[in-house]
Write a protein that binds this ligand. Structure first.
Ligand code: HEC
Ligand code: HEC
Ligand code: HEC
Ligand code: HEC
Length: 342
């Protein structure tokens, strides 16, 4: 009898061990993993890449065909069409080419009718057309005024939209899952798995304070002894949530931007950290100048749970890659999107 119980509990233990081993091994990434040295040896500044992930991302980063450029000669769009408010300086050929390209980038299956009442192309009845006009201005602004971030690579509608009307990786103000006071999680969603913070238990919504409002990100003391740094552990958790978000958005480790022996020190950081700093300020600008004001134009089903407009984060452009579309530039073929018409 005793013997029997021992055997069965022994079998249970063996099965449990095997299952545990499968779970543990399964949660590691299968080799090969490639690594790139990004700082002095011994500083741990190494970037690890899984070639399978890179292959999938490269596949998703294929550009759509660019239509051949058309001459600027001939009548201007403003002379032919009735309601052209920002693209009037283009020739009719250039204008039509841009409309066709925008359709490929944003609404390839829906076609012109996604933004137009096709019986009256001049009508602004569809919100999608009104939003698009503002989006064209936003793209011109990014390319002309945010060169410290997007450089000469620039962006087009495709950078965010990738052939769909609603880009992936947009965000809304997120109060976190419903909870009773003092139960299960805190007001910030701490203690729950936060998708926006790399599935850690860090604060649930790192977007609102840092990418809409301009909460302070710096938390580290700059002196060895206490000298008035009042940033709390709680604020540090918010900073870390944002940093986890950056890493996921770009598909990189912390050491892509920082030397982890001294996170705050700019002189030990990589040049990419400076680009990222401009990125933070660019994203705040886009959300406050373009997306939030469009909240009045979007229908209710496009707004967030608290009624706010959909917004942009790093991942809206980057989509898991250190440079969106691996740095492939489309803007050279579309000078009308590189800057607003004078
Ligand atoms: C994603 C939205 C979007 C799609 C899709 C789109 N357009 Fe447009 N279209 C616009 C916007 C925005 C304007 C106004 C531009 C301006 O104010 O400078 C416009 C204006 C026009 C006008 C000028 C109408 C007038 O008289 O004022 C024509 C013509 C036009 N589009 C043709 C097309 C064609 C043809 C297609 C399909 C191949 C197309 N559009 C697809 C957004 C779109
Ligand atoms: C920086 C990222 C970004 C770029 C670049 C961008 N968009 Fe958008 N776009 C957004 C976001 C965010 C939304 C809000 C998503 C939603 O509608 O729910 C949006 C929404 C739209 C919508 C409304 C879709 C819908 O069904 O509600 C249209 C149309 C659109 N964009 C057209 C354009 C066009 C045309 C361009 C290029 C001139 C462009 N966008 C460039 C981020 C971008
Ligand atoms: C894409 C670049 C980038 C990545 C990746 C990144 N950071 Fe940052 N980090 C920044 C920038 C930019 C700032 C400074 C923001 C500012 O000064 O407003 C910063 C600030 C910080 C700070 C505050 C420093 C101070 O002065 O108090 C800490 C701590 C930090 N990061 C930790 C991390 C950790 C941990 C990771 C990985 C989970 C990470 N970072 C990943 C760009 C990055
Ligand atoms: C509007 C689209 C867009 C958004 C939003 C955006 N980026 Fe970028 N980012 C780009 C483009 C385009 C480049 C490539 C610039 C170049 O070729 O040098 C880039 C480059 C970078 C680089 C340099 C990469 C390298 O290897 O040199 C970093 C770091 C970066 N972005 C971080 C961020 C962070 C962090 C955010 C959010 C706070 C962000 N980006 C938001 C478009 C965007």
């Amino acid at each position: 009898m005793n013997w029997g119980i021992k055997t069965s509990s022994g079998i249970v233990a063996i099965v449990a061990t095997i299952l545990l081993a499968i779970v543990i091994i399964g949660s590691f990434e299968r080799p090969p993993i490639e690594s790139v040295q990004r700082g002095y040896r011994g500083t741990g500044m190494v970037e690890n890449y899984n070639p399978r992930t890179i292959a999938t991302l490269a596949e998703a980063s294929k550009l759509p065909a660019t239509l051949p450029p058309l001459p600027a000669a001939g009548p201007k769009a403003s002379a032919i069409y009735k309601n052209v408010q920002i693209l009037g300086g283009l020739s009719v050929g250039q204008f039509t080419r841009l409309m066709a390209s925008i359709t490929t980038w944003v609404a390839p299956t829906q076609g012109c009718a996604y933004c137009h009442d096709t019986k009256n192309m001049a009508s602004d009845a569809l919100y999608t057309k009104v939003v698009s006009r503002r989006m064209i201005q936003m793209v011109q602004h990014i390319n002309a005024d945010w060169k410290p971030h997007v450089a000469e690579t620039g962006v087009t509608c495709f950078t965010c939209h990738r052939g769909q009307p609603v880009p992936s990786n947009i965000w809304f103000n997120n109060p976190g899952p419903a909870h009773a006071h003092g139960m299960a999680s805190t007001e910030t969603g701490m203690g729950l798995v936060a998708p926006a913070a790399g599935l850690t238990a860090l604060p649930y919504d790192p977007y609102t304070p840092f990418l809409e409002k301009d909460a302070v990100i710096r938390v580290q003391a700059t002196t060895a002894l206490p000298s008035g740094n009042l940033q709390s552990i709680k604020q540090t958790e918010w900073t870390y949530a944002l940093m986890m978000n950056f890493s996921t958005a770009l598909g990189v480790n912390c050491t892509y931007c920082h030397n982890s022996r001294e996170f705050g020190d700019w002189s030990q950081s990589t040049p990419q950290r400076v680009t990222a700093w401009h990125g933070i300020h660019m994203v705040r600008d886009l959300n406050n100048t373009y997306l939030n004001p469009l909240g009045k134009v979007f229908p209710a089903n496009r707004l967030g749970p608290t009624g706010d407009a959909p917004k942009v984060a790093c991942a809206t452009c980057h989509q898991g890659v250190y440079k969106p579309l691996f740095g492939q530039s489309m803007i050279k073929g579309f000078p009308e999107l590189a800057a607003a018409a004078p």
